[in-house]
Design a protein around this ligand. Structure first.
Ligand code: B12
Length: 214
């Protein structure tokens, strides 16, 4: 049954079927499908659509349709993930956002959910976040970790800008910086002076723990 639900969730995103995505997500919760497995299937599906868009086989409305279907399913799965995640003392405070010029929110939302489920206090600033806004939030929430997402080659450089601004203000050492998103590589992360990078949302949790010595 689990496999059938997973397959239908995947198909709902690929076929841009928002209604099916919602109802299969509801089934996944009702049938106790492992939430991280369901998120994995949704991720794989949207990546498949993105790859076809990249090859010129699909168009922007296809991307929008697939993203809509994915976003219909995700809150249901994420709520389940939070519900099943053990309640424990906060491991630290993380400020998360997608950088300025970039409105991709899906991967960032996953990172937020898994960090929350993993025991962190998470402040999601949203998308299109300027360096100044990240810095204000770090100060306001006394963040231990800053997590930035970037999906576009054009916006990856914004991560460098935020780190440089932290240095200019003399507060770089106060916060650990981790970066990710489809446009980021380990080499890039190192070149901009980030403390860590991981290609996956589950990996972001382990990384945040390591950075804080937990
Ligand atoms: C859905 C989507 C959209 C949706 C976004 C909806 C939304 N609310 O997010 C819409 C339709 C709006 C969109 C718009 C555009 N998009 Co778009 N989009 C995608 C698509 C298909 C999927 C993105 C996604 O959600 N992936 C799934 C998530 C789960 O993956 P992820 O974000 O990478 O996150 C994972 C990891 O990277 C990691 N992670 C993420 N963040 C972080 C942070 C930290 C700290 C860590 C540790 C880990 C981590 O965890 C996640 C799970 O494991 C990708 C293709 C792709 N292969 O990704 C293209 C893609 C990113 N888009 C692309 C483009 C070109 C655009 C547009 C410019 C199109 C246009 N001509 O207008 C616009 C840009 C708008 C803007 N200013 O941001 C290109 C980017 C190319 C490039 N390298 O620059 C891609 C790669 C498609 C392609 N193959 O060409 N897009």
């Amino acid at each position: 049954m689990s496999l059938e639900i997973i397959e239908n969730l995947r198909r709902a995103v690929i076929e841009y079927d928002t209604e099916a995505a919602t109802s299969w997500a509801e089934r996944a919760v009702a049938e106790k499908v492992e939430p991280t497995q369901a998120l994995g299937a949704l991720t794989e599906a949207i990546r498949q659509v993105g790859d076809r868009f990249g090859k010129g086989e699909l168009w922007l409305p296809d991307l929008v349709g697939a993203a809509d279907a994915m976003q219909a399913a995700m809150p249901l799965i994420e709520a389940e993930l939070r519900r099943t995640g053990a309640k424990r003392e906060s491991l630290g405070t993380v400020v998360v956002g997608t950088v300025f010029g970039d409105i991709h929110s899906i991967g960032k939302a996953m990172v937020c959910t898994l960090l929350t489920a993993g025991g962190f206090e998470v402040h999601d600033l949203g998308v299109n976040i300027k360096a100044e806004e990240f810095i204000e939030a770090i100060d306001e929430y006394k963040a231990d970790v800053l997590a930035m997402s970037a999906l576009l080659t054009m916006t990856a450089a914004e991560q460098r800008k935020v780190i440089d601004t932290l240095k200019e203000r003399g507060i770089r050492e106060k916060v650990k910086v981790m970066v990710g998103g489809g446009a980021i590589t380990a080499d890039f992360a190192e070149s901009i002076g980030a403390d860590g990078y991981d290609p996956t949302a589950p990996g972001a949790v382990g990384l945040a723990k390591r950075l804080l010595g937990k």
